[in-house]
Design a protein around this ligand. Structure first.
Ligand SMILES: Cc1cc2nc3c(=O)[nH]c(=O)nc-3n(C[C@H](O)[C@H](O)[C@H](O)COP(=O)(O)O)c2cc1C
Length: 388
């Protein structure tokens, strides 16, 4: 068994064990990938303070996200096609998250359906909603999440239309993959992936296939998105969805203080400062740089969470020290899943927990709830000096 010491170890195994089409789908950003790169590199600009001769005994990372207990402030982000990274991927990741005591968020664009995941878990998970033009489908989708006892609705606001990811077009991304000569040649080197896929019948978009009228071919994500996602989404529609749901709501994809203020007006339990992992607006600020102005605009009035670029427990610690009250990991857990299935997701969570715990101790803190700006050094002008 390979020794896993960091997320990069899992990433290397993920690449080796997963068809190129799906690894590339995970490990890419839109257009030039500037925002994708800066999401991670900007974390490096923030430094952690090192304090000494402080009692480090009895440390805890346990806290709450939207009032729900979490063993550390890290949720699994919604990731489409997770069940293509590894057979039954959403069920495996949800189980790992449940055992670890952190929230799992199921994407609308998952392979395993809401009902599949509910059947294989014992605690409520969160459901991420993409808003669709088809109102009837939208209502039924929300009802299905309610019936499955999902404990929060995460409404994604930054994907009304799809940012272009060059690799997906070049690879002909589809679920299940179309068996072209290049795909067959690639699959010949990914035997375990293929054998596991043959043993499951979950190989299509589980929340869509059989639930949507008039869509014949759902295998091509880009085409389906262009047809079905609602480009006319606005704040009034968000309010309506909130009413329909009636439970805790998290608004995901906020990167601008003005939008954060709108989110507060509409009313929600939390926002996620996110640029979709650099997959949508290329050239946008990294999430960690965008955080401060948003906290200044709405911090204290609602929970501010953050994702995009987190690859270590130190990154989580920095986000919390900056003022976020929760974080999400996307690629970090997908690398674990692609590398080793459920055990790999657990390994990713363990890596992050250990890094966060030890780094927190070095900053002189014993409780994640006490982590604040005093733990970090933020360079002057970190959030940018931009003209109005
Ligand atoms: C392969 C992939 C698929 C994604 N699919 C979705 C999705 O279906 N819904 C959604 O709201 N966000 C989706 N995201 C964005 C993630 O929820 C999250 O914002 C992002 O991964 C955070 O960045 P990180 O990967 O650097 O941690 C996806 C991200 C990746 C990498």
């Amino acid at each position: 068994m390979p020794v896993i010491t960091c997320i990069d170890d899992l990433k290397r195994l993920h690449k080796r064990r997963t068809p190129k089409m799906f690894y590339d789908y995970c490990e890419s950003g839109s257009w030039t990938e500037q925002t994708f790169r800066e999401n991670t590199s900007d974390f490096e600009d923030i430094r952690l303070r090192q304090r000494v001769a402080v009692n480090m005994e009895g440390r805890t990372l346990a806290t709450k996200m939207i009032g729900q207990d979490v063993s550390m402030p890290v949720a699994l982000a919604p990731v489409g096609l997770t069940g293509m990274q590894r057979a039954d991927g959403e069920i495996k990741a949800a189980k790992a998250a449940e055992k670890f005591g952190v929230p799992f968020t199921l994407s609308t664009m998952s392979i395993c359906s809401i009902e599949d995941v509910a059947e294989h878990t014992t605690k409520p998970f969160w459901f991420q909603l993409y808003t669709m033009k088809d109102q009837d489908y939208l209502k039924r989708l929300i009802q299905r999440a309610k019936d499955a006892k999902c404990s929060a609705l995460v409404i994604t606001l930054d994907l009304q239309i799809l940012g272009q990811r060059h690799k997906d077009l070049k690879n002909g991304l589809s679920a299940p993959p179309k068996l072209t000569p290049a795909v067959i040649a690639d699959l010949m080197t990914k035997w375990t992936w293929g054998l596991e896929m043959l043993q499951t019948n979950r190989r299509q978009f589980g929340n869509i296939v059989g639930h949507v009228k008039g869509v014949k071919d759902t295998s091509r994500l880009g085409e389906w998105t262009a047809q079905q996602f609602d480009p006319a989404l606005d704040w009034s529609k968000i309010e309506q969805i909130k009413e329909m749901w009636g439970g805790p709501v998290i608004l995901k994809g906020i990167l601008d203080a003005e939008d954060a203020v709108m989110a507060k007006k509409v009313g929600c339990d939390a926002i996620v400062v996110s640029n979709h992992g650099g997959r949508q607006q290329d050239g946008a600020l990294s999430s960690i740089r965008a955080l401060d102005p948003i906290l200044q605009a709405v911090g204290g009035d609602l929970e501010v969470h953050l994702d995009s670029g987190i690859r270590s427990g130190q990154d989580v610690l920095k986000a919390i020290a900056m003022g976020a009250t929760g974080t999400y990991i996307g690629r970090a857990f997908i690398h674990g899943l692609g590398a080793q299935g459920e055990a790999g997701v657990t390994a990713a969570l363990e890596v992050i927990r250990k890094e966060m715990d030890i780094s927190m101790a070095f900053t002189g803190k014993r409780d994640i709830k006490d982590v604040d700006r005093s733990c970090i050094l933020v360079p002057e002008g970190f959030s940018g000096r931009w003209q109005d």
